[in-house]
Design a protein around this ligand. Structure first.
Ligand code: C5J
Length: 222
């Protein structure tokens, strides 16, 4: 596989060690009545990246490269939800409350599920995570090690929260991380711009960023 055109310099992709990780493309963050909206956010911004996330998913599937999905969610008994997380901010719906799409961010509830167009297919790994970072209190590290994955292409939401947290966790664990620019979004446009800049600053201190078209071009010969 040729290096993928990226910033701040080409991403040295190795096809046998590369996977796509799609972070938290859940109804609760993207649809009216969910957790994102309960925090006062304009969730329509999230829906707009669905076609680009889908293009990436289809590209990785066509190239037979591994795909991982994450979901931010908690156990029904809330035993993995620290009070400090539940009580933070001033949402109209707190995690675990009953909302229009079921209990907010609880495993198995309708609102917690991944948007239908981006739903996992057989064989793809789905990681349920109680934190913002996907390595904390999950089996993600072991799942990646078992598949020999050392490089991750990131998509999903939100750029500066769960995506960036997971990229930083992965970077510290030795993974090379590439963020797909059009396939990630924030409720705050200025935070997306800032997060992309922070990630690729200082010679890719957290990772690389690239356009979806360039990633798809890079993996098409995998
Ligand atoms: C947030 C996430 N923003 N998936 N979660 O609370 O970024």
């Amino acid at each position: 596989m040729a290096a993928i055109e990226a910033q701040p310099f080409p991403f040295p992709a190795r096809p046998n060690e590369l996977a796509l990780i799609v972070i938290d493309m859940q109804r609760d963050f993207a649809e009216a009545g969910g957790f994102g909206e309960s925090l006062g956010n304009d969730v329509s911004r999230i829906g707009k990246i669905v076609p680009d996330v889908k293009r990436l998913l289809e590209g990785f599937r066509a190239a037979s490269l591994p795909v991982i999905h994450t979901m931010e969610c908690h156990r029904p008994d809330l035993s993995d939800l620290p009070p400090a997380k539940r009580d933070r901010g001033n949402p109209t719906l707190r995690i675990g409350d009953q909302g229009p799409m079921g209990r907010v961010l609880i495993a198995g509830e309708a609102g917690t599920s991944i948007i239908a167009e981006l739903a996992p297919v057989d064989g793809e790994i789905v990681i349920e995570k109680p934190g913002k970072g996907a390595f904390y209190a999950t089996g993600l590290g072991q799942a990646l090690a078992e598949k020999g994955i050392t490089q991750l292409v990131f998509a999903g939401v939100t750029t500066e929260v769960c995506v960036q947290s997971t990229m930083r966790e992965a970077n510290d664990r030795g993974f090379e991380c590439l963020l797909a620019e059009e396939a990630t979004e924030s409720y705050f446009p200025e935070f997306k711009v800032a997060a992309l800049s922070m990630i690729r600053a200082q010679g890719a201190i957290v990772g690389w960023t690239a356009h979806v078209d360039d990633i798809l071009k890079g993996i098409s010969h995998a």
